[in-house]
Design a protein around this ligand. Structure first.
Ligand code: PMP
Ligand code: GLN
Length: 387
């Protein structure tokens, strides 16, 4: 542990995704740990970024993002969800959803404040809350359907609650929050005058016809919701780090005040390219989800055949499997040994939890990989059942 790291960040010295990716590289295992696709996004998007570089979009873009991207985000929200968003005062382009999350929490929650979130949580949530000096209050999403207890959620709210931070479709469980669940969150947030921060980076990755409901579309919620998304998953460009948020103007300018001192701006040539991609025909978005749904099925079936208990995933890049039926009651120990046992890397869910018992034997696998890679991984995992 580096002795110079401030105390509040010491629990976050390395991310589990970086750790397991490094293990995969070292052992030449198939990396089903960190969630990133192994194929490129649409050719038109890549060509547009190259053209933008060639045409000189290489200096600082405007602090709030280039106008064409802010307009495209506004049009996207109208087209898919019927939301009215003013591109000039209510949109902020960020260095990935990661910066949108960090800047929002730093802007809106301080010392003494509490942030309600669900667990397992995306690791940057806990780190960003810690950076802000705020306190997290978590509510466990429980197996088998990763639903939550109404009373437990209500009990997480208090006088100090400033924010509710949620993610749907949800990493790592693949849960898509139902309208009724979101209404309950909305009701409690309103009652406690809290702002809802909703991470919708997997908005276009919902399967089986399950509907993704943006919190901002619920009655009365647009005025107290920060909606966050990103080009990373929708266009398979996780390395580009183009994210955004939209919220009422006052909230957006508060977040902008923080964001300008984190990265100031980023990704000048990628911004116009993403702007055009947001306008791709409906068929593009439908095909993306259908392809991933098929990959989910391949990996889920393979994991089941290997002896895991597999929980249904309705969205994202991820599926959760319980290693207990294979005789592993500790997911972390299994993930450290999985490259050697089966030539595959995965991520233990317990590191994304405060309640260590709730997810002790659970492991997250990513299925956003080429079909041949998934087939190879499934074949390798079958070794586990033959041990
Ligand atoms: N939120 C969630 C739930 C994620 O899984 C990720 C990971 N990619 C992010 C945010 C970060 O997105 P970005 O790469 O745009 O920063
Ligand atoms: N979002 C990716 C995942 O959950 C990882 C991104 C990262 O490594 N920070 O796997």
């Amino acid at each position: 542990m580096p002795v110079h790291l401030v105390e509040r960040m010491q629990p976050f010295a390395t991310t589990i995704f970086a750790e397991m990716s490094a293990l995969a590289v070292r052992t030449e295992a198939i990396n089903l740990g960190q969630g990133f696709p192994d194929t490129d996004g649409p050719a038109s998007l890549l060509d547009d970024a190259v053209a933008a570089i060639r045409s000189g979009a290489n200096q600082y873009p405007p602090g709030i993002g280039v106008p064409e991207l802010r307009r495209a985000i506004s049009e996207h929200q109208q087209r898919f969800y019927g939301l009215d968003v003013d591109p000039d005062s209510e949109v902020l382009v960020t260095a990935g959803a990661t910066e949108a999350i960090a800047a929002t929490i730093l802007a809106l929650a301080g010392n003494q404040d509490e942030v309600v979130t669900f667990e397992p949580y995306y690791d940057s949530y806990a780190a960003s809350i810690a950076l802000a000096g705020a306190t997290r209050r978590t509510v466990v999403l429980r197996r088998p359907d990763f639903s939550f207890d109404r009373a437990e959620l209500a009990a997480a709210f208090g006088d100090r609650t400033r924010l509710v931070l949620l993610n749907s479709p949800h990493n790592p469980t693949g849960k898509v929050f139902t309208r009724a669940e979101l209404e309950l969150v909305a009701e409690l947030a309103t009652e406690h005058d809290a702002i809802v921060v909703t991470d919708e980076v997997y908005e276009h990755l919902a399967f089986d016809g399950v509907e993704h409901v943006p919190v901002a579309t619920l009655p009365g919620m647009a005025e107290r919701t920060v909606t966050i998304s990103s080009a990373a998953k929708t266009f398979s460009v996780t390395g580009w780090k183009i994210g955004w948020l939209h919220a009422p103007a006052e909230i957006t300018s508060a977040v902008r005040a923080v964001k300008q001192f984190l990265t100031y701006v980023n990704g000048a040539p990628f911004q116009p390219a993403v702007a055009r991609a947001l306008g791709l025909p409906a068929e593009f978005f439908a095909t993306l989800a259908a392809d991933l749904q098929a990959k989910r099925d391949v990996l889920s079936n393979g994991l089941r055949e290997a002896g895991f208990a597999v929980f249904p995933s309705s969205g994202t890049y991820f599926v959760i499997a319980d290693a207990a039926p294979l005789g592993f009651d500790d997911g972390m120990q299994l993930c450290l040994r999985l490259p050697e046992l089966a030539g595959v890397a995965a991520v233990p869910v317990s590191v994304l939890c405060d309640d260590q018992q709730a997810a002790r034997s659970l492991v997250r696998f990513a299925f956003c990989k080429r079909d041949d890679v998934l087939a190879d991984a499934v074949e390798r995992l079958a070794k586990l059942s033959r041990r």
